[in-house]
Design a protein around this ligand. Structure first.
Ligand SMILES: Nc1ncnc2c1ncn2[C@@H]1O[C@H](COP(=O)(O)OP(=O)(O)O)[C@@H](O)[C@H]1O
Ligand SMILES: [Mg+2]
Length: 211
């Protein structure tokens, strides 16, 4: 366990459509059945303030949002969630599952939007205050699979971005995940069940009974 808290922090990362929300739900259900006390969070969101920020970020109301402003908004949501939900939960020994976390900003606002990577990381550091996930899963899908899964769905403000944006985000994810300790790359294009099985297998290996 990385943090000095009795709980366990699991992060799911990936392109939109990679299955982070699906897998967060499946993992939470499994762990609850195993008797763990689980908190499911998402970014942006996870708190009331975060949900309000999420609306600004994802609803396309035609309001101009500069890349740097976008980054700050994500950090607002993150800073609030870490202090209001993540740390208190970890102190109580809960298993926290976060659908996206700091690496998302490196991939999307850094590699995707072009903000210098070290700047994104400095702001992440301020927002999370040194907290590191115990394990980060990156669900890798290619751009074709992403397009397929988003077909027929109303895209949010970020999802309206072009293939080229997502190509940079994926490259960013692949580079960052390789360099990140306690990270696991999973082929997100296999079936939901298969992805879930791989995640659960790894969590079972890593988790220290927080009860
Ligand atoms: N492994 C998978 N195989 C096929 N379709 C999937 C898989 N995982 C998720 N999906 C589908 O892809 C879409 C996006 O999944 P979702 O979990 O919302 O992704 P994300 O939260 O990463 O954007 C949903 O329609 C979901 O049912
Ligand atoms: Mg999702």
């Amino acid at each position: 366990m990385d943090s000095n808290y009795p709980g366990f922090l699991i992060v799911l990362e990936g392109l939109d459509g990679s299955g982070t929300t699906t897998q967060s739900g499946l993992l939470a259900r499994y762990l609850r059945e195993e008797g763990y006390s689980v908190v499911e969070l998402e970014e942006p969101g996870g708190t009331e303030l975060g949900r309000q920020v999420r609306e600004i970020l994802l609803e396309d109301r035609g309001v101009g949002i500069e890349p740097l402003s976008e980054l700050f908004l994500y950090e607002v949501s993150r800073a609030q969630m870490v202090r209001e939900k993540v740390i208190p939960g970890l102190k109580k020994g809960k298993v926290i599952i976060s659908d996206r976390f700091a690496v998302s900003s490196v991939a999307y606002q850094g590699y995707g939007r072009g903000i210098p990577i070290d700047r994104v990381k400095s702001l992440n550091e301020i927002a999370v205050g040194g907290l590191e996930p115990d394990i980060t899963f990156y669900l890798d899908i290619d751009l074709h699979e992403r397009e397929k899964r988003s077909a027929g769905k109303r895209p949010d403000r970020i999802e309206k971005e072009k293939q080229d944006f997502y190509r940079r985000v994926r490259e960013g994810y692949l580079a960052e995940i390789k360099a990140l300790s306690d990270s696991v790359l999973i082929d997100g294009s296999s079936s939901k069940k298969e992805v879930s099985r791989k995640i659960i297998e790894r969590v079972e290996e890593e988790i220290v009974d927080p009860g």
